[in-house]
Design a protein around this ligand. Sequence first.
Ligand SMILES: [Zn+2]
Length: 439
Amino acid sequence: MPDGLLHPEFESLIPAARLAVQRSLWPAQWDHVRRHSVFYGRKLAGRMPATLALDALESLPFTDKDELRDSQAADSPFGDYIACPPGAVVRLHRTSGTTGRALQLANTAADVAWIARIGGRALYASGLRPGDRVVHCLNYCLWTGGVTDHVALEATGACVVPFGVGNTRELIAAIVELGVTAISCTPSYPALIEKVLREDGARAPRELGLRLALFGGEAGLDNPEFRARLADTWGFAPRNANYGMSEVLSNFGSQCEHTGDLHFHADDFLHAEIVDATGTPLPIREGAVGELVCTHLRKQCQPLLRYRTRDIVTVTGTGPCACGRTAWRFRVTGRADDMFVVRGVNVFPTAVQSALAQHPAIASGQFRIVLAGPGPYDRIDLRVEAAAALPEARWPDAAKALEAGVRRVTGAGAVVTMLAPETLPRTAGKTSWIERRPA
Ligand SMILES: [Zn+2]
């Protein structure tokens, strides 16, 4: 068995054996939902037979986030899709609520254990090991990025330093004093640490001695130029190590050292579908592009059937990986919600980021897409920070070069306004690349 895997007995299974695991889990999950979820009893009225084959899942309707919000608005706090007694709930979380009313998340002890198990599997795949000391720099509050990610980090066997957000100078001191080898944070946070290091003039990023960076919480890390710049500046291996959504499973996708794509780590907890724009399921094979739809296979508290994640993914591989894992690989192409249309062309903010990152000599990498009104739009209105070393006299030429670069990558026209370096706020949390304004 490969020794670089946290759960080799599962992670190296051939596809047929994985499917057998899913088929063995599904009957009990379906029975649980059928008996205990008032929400699905109502939604699927008359269509909940005692047994339903996993292959027949496609006959059921999708579940979307608005339905969960409505359920919780009518039946506070957990909604009538809760399927366990309230006394069995051992941990509460809340979604960040960036796209509407926040969801209250409830988990049983078994749910919490599985969330940690698969989160640990993902972080281990990204290179975290026993013997590492990892500082966790996400917010320890109601959302799952704090405590739940902390427990998943521990599940790898590494030593976890709970730091949270803010106090960047104190963080730098802690990294040095405690011999920290890895950092868990958002991809935009290193830029803020770099700024503080520059201001203090004491150390270069490489001198902090970090060997591994585990990122999550924002799109954009698929961009090779952005990763190369981070690796070069810091000397660490940057990994997208934390892909998931808390109402489904906090972390079920991460990069191993052999691929820039994400492994789907949760076949023994989730059944995944990829559906096209019409909602038709596509075979999970290389090249498939569509929305990721998930069904729980062993969730007690708030089980979901055919949940639309709103993430558009591209399947990039289904054969064995050099790391020994057999889990299929994917990239997140964008949010169905963040996508906007420019003269008939679908544009994702991640594509704009990728285009700008190809010009590090003239653009800092920080930008905003300004969308006035509901659209449709006839161009991408971009505010782009100039690179620190670029003289202001060269900004007009820089804007033209960036406009051409964005058109080449996205297929849509752009108008670029240059901003002075460090005009746009760097945050330790989620950076929103889209700024919506009234028309
Ligand atoms: Zn791999």
